[in-house]
Design a protein around this ligand. Structure first.
Ligand code: MN
Length: 724
């Protein structure tokens, strides 16, 4: 027996009122943990007591009572040392100045992660969430943890809070009780933790419906007196018969919980008498064979009620529960519900997944928590499959514990479900296609985040929209939902359609101007016959073709003019060029070449490229020169007075190869109001390094300013703009 008070060095006074709690806990742990692990638990206790020093519960007790009670519940389920320690420390991150890093140092990464996981769940409250959302909330909690032990600590935490709920004001008491019945008890049920679930339900029921609880409680007390003698007689009779058949057993009557009576009365519309006047007996025997033999014995003793026998040993329940169930006609025709199972099955029936935690493994730390949860599922799944009943299991437990979805909150506290990997843009489209189409930024847990951020369960997501905003084609690289993808594609297609028509109009207008004509002055029949010749059904379609670069404006203009009275002279053709002004707002049909990255102020030329529209290059771009002779494809362009938008361009920086240079440069660039889109490195000789930045600017002047600032950095030797 490890006695904390007697061990040296604990720093506790002999009169420490929590000593007996720790001693109880350690006594229980000794039945299944190594002494070395128990010493870690003691250390956690001292650490936690220190951290919570001076804090009190609302009950007036020292705060440390609460974490110790949580650890005690974990120990009763025979959880591993890390879980017990996490139970003792579960409130230190949340309620004391202790940092997670400190827990890593003191108790290791696993314990720190568990405590951190519990703290995260503590931040989730279902306060004011709609009732219909309870199921989603439950799923969200499970989706948020990657170690199920976090949930177990949380359930134990909730259990102790429910046990001390009386101290709370009525309103708060009801809210917590409702949350317990709707969220925590069902999770305990999922995990097969029945003992804990029944107590949560009982306490929740009492706090939420005190009158109904009292009425039922009185009814049970009255009936219990009448039945006590009979129950003892039945117990003795069964035990005797089993003994006579050579079967060792523990036989005991069990009482239904008030909440299960209440639920049965409501769901099946039964009277109290109908539900309660059933005796329930449980028989624990040594192995599976004996279960069936015992069943034979009691079916011989009392007649079974036809159709009520269930073999959950051969076909276990979804959470791994195994037992034989039967109903008997007892003395005076009173029905007896009997359950027969082994010790191991009984343990699983009580603590569920917790029963699998220490089981089958010699070395606890060698198996990761998640692997173990999977192992548990696999075990249960195997039993299910051999029983040919895996469907229910797969749909229920697995979907809940290893979800393919993430659950996030709207700013109003509503829960939304999205597929795993969904980004802020997917979320925006899930709200409404208009929200998606006009989103410009997103706040995740009240902090601005990139639109491409992948969402995590439990986050609160708020989309910021601007009426003039438009979907960005690059979103297609990261969205995962079909709805977002379809909406973006649809929008871009429409958008491109309109932009192409506008550009086509400008290009044709410009080509006609070299004949001193404009679009309005062309004869309608002329246009009609051209459309017929080339097989298009509208003038718009023709303009769109021109805008997309599928048709040359010069050729179209010539055809429109040819049949008229103004034959084109060669001088005129070569003069084909009032240059086109580039505004920067043309959208997708005007793009800027990635080879030379032109920005406003650069001398530029335009190249019509089939299907893509007009691509703008720098006049000096190496890619331009070889095509110079294909005159009809080139368009003279110039920058309009004040081009709008951000333009990407590249600069190459040679600097000393020293730590921190890149960070310094990046922060200077960003201080100048520019975004860095890409950085690449080239180390020449260990002394100098060449860094190429792709960044956004709005003019040559803006770029010059950035380059000046970079040049003034002492480590930098040289700054150049990249060439095409
Ligand atoms: Mn707590």
């Amino acid at each position: 027996m490890v006695d904390v008070a007697n061990s040296t060095n604990t720093g506790l006074s002999a009169g420490d009122p929590t000593r007996f709690l720790v001693n109880d806990l350690c006594a229980l742990l000794e039945t299944y943990l190594e002494p070395e692990q128990i010493r870690r638990v003691e250390r956690a206790y001292l650490f936690s007591a220190q951290a919570h020093q001076g804090q009190k519960r609302l009950t007036g007790e020292p705060y440390i009572y609460h974490p110790l009670a949580v650890a005690q519940t974990m120990a009763e389920m025979r959880m591993d040392a890390d879980s017990i320690i996490a139970g003792i420390l579960h409130d230190v991150i949340e309620d004391t100045p202790t940092a997670k890093e400190q827990l890593v140092i003191e108790f290791g990464q696993d314990v720190a992660d568990l405590v951190d996981g519990v703290s995260k769940l503590t931040h989730l409250t279902s306060e004011s969430r709609a009732e219909a959302q309870a199921e989603n909330f439950r799923k969200m909690m499970l989706a948020m943890v990657n170690d199920l032990r976090v949930i177990m600590v949380k359930l134990a935490d909730r259990l102790h809070n429910m046990r001390t709920l009386r101290i709370m004001p009525p309103e708060k008491r009801r809210r917590i009780a409702r949350e317990t019945l709707e969220i925590y008890a069902p999770i305990a049920l999922r995990l097969g933790m029945n003992t804990l679930r029944v107590e949560l339900e009982q306490l929740g029921f009492e706090a939420l419906y005190p009158n109904r609880y009292r009425m039922l409680d009185n009814a049970v007390k009255r009936s219990r007196g009448n039945r006590k003698e009979l129950l003892q007689k039945i117990e003795a009779t069964i035990t005797g018969r089993l003994q006579a058949a050579g079967i060792e057993s523990r036989v005991f009557g069990r009482e239904k919980s008030l909440y299960s009576i209440y639920r049965k009365m409501r769901q099946k519309r039964l009277s109290f008498k109908e539900v309660f006047d059933v005796f329930a007996m449980r028989m624990i025997v040594k192995d599976v064979d004996t279960c069936y033999r015992a069943l034979g014995v009691i079916h011989n003793l009392y007649k079974p009620v036809p159709g009520r026998f269930k073999d959950y040993i051969a076909i276990p329940k979804a959470n791994g529960y195994q037992s034989l169930h039967t109903v008997l006609f007892g003395p005076h025709g009173i029905p007896i519900e009997a359950q027969i199972r082994t010790e191991e099955m009984d343990r699983v029936a009580q603590v569920g997944i917790a029963a699998h935690w220490l089981y089958k493994t010699g070395d606890n730390s060698s198996i990761k928590a998640q692997t173990r949860a999977h192992q548990w599922l696999k075990d249960v799944l195997e039993i299910q499959q051999s029983a040919g009943n895996s469907q229910e299991f797969l749909e229920g437990v697995k979907a809940d514990l290893f979800p393919d979805e993430v659950f996030v909150f709207t700013p109003a506290g509503e829960i939304r479900q999205l597929p795993r990997g969904a980004t802020a843009v997917d979320y925006a489209y899930s709200v409404h296609s208009d929200v998606g189409n006009t989103c410009v930024a997103v706040k995740i847990d009240r902090r601005l985040a990139p639109l491409s951020t992948v969402l995590q369960s439990g986050q609160t997501v708020e989309v910021i929209t601007a009426p003039s905003a438009r979907p960005n084609p690059t979103w297609l690289n990261f969205v995962v939902t079909a709805k977002a993808r379809a909406n973006i594609r649809h929008f871009l297609k429409n958008q491109q359609h309109e932009e192409a028509i506008r550009l086509g109009q400008r290009l044709l207008g410009r080509a006609l101007a070299s004949y001193d004509l404009d679009i309005g002055s062309i004869d309608k029949t002329q246009i009609g016959s051209l459309l017929k010749d080339i097989g298009l059904d509208s003038f718009e379609a023709l303009l769109k073709d021109i805008g997309l670069g599928n048709r040359m404006a010069q050729l179209v203009a010539r055809r429109l003019v040819d049949s008229g009275d103004k034959p084109l002279t060669s001088e005129r053709a070569s003069a084909a060029g009032m240059p086109l002004a580039i505004l920067g707002t043309e959208g997708m049909v005007v793009s800027f070449a990635k080879c030379c990255h032109p920005i406003p102020g650069d001398p530029i030329v335009g190249l019509m490229s089939a299907g893509r529209g007009l691509v703008i290059h720098r006049d000096a771009c190496h890619n331009v020169t070889p095509h110079r002779d294909k005159l009809d494809k080139w368009i003279q362009v110039f920058w309009s007075q004040e081009p709008v938008g951000e333009f990407t361009t590249g600069i190459r920086v040679q600097s000393a190869n020293q730590r921190g240079v890149l960070a310094a440069l990046a922060s200077k660039i960003s201080d100048e109001g520019s975004n860095i889109e890409n950085v690449s490195f080239e180390e020449r000789d260990g002394i100098t390094t060449t860094i190429t930045f792709l960044l956004t600017v709005n003019s040559r002047r803006h770029l010059a300013r950035i380059m000046r600032v970079i040049r003034s950095t002492p480590e930098v030797y040289r700054v150049q703009r990249t060439r095409g």
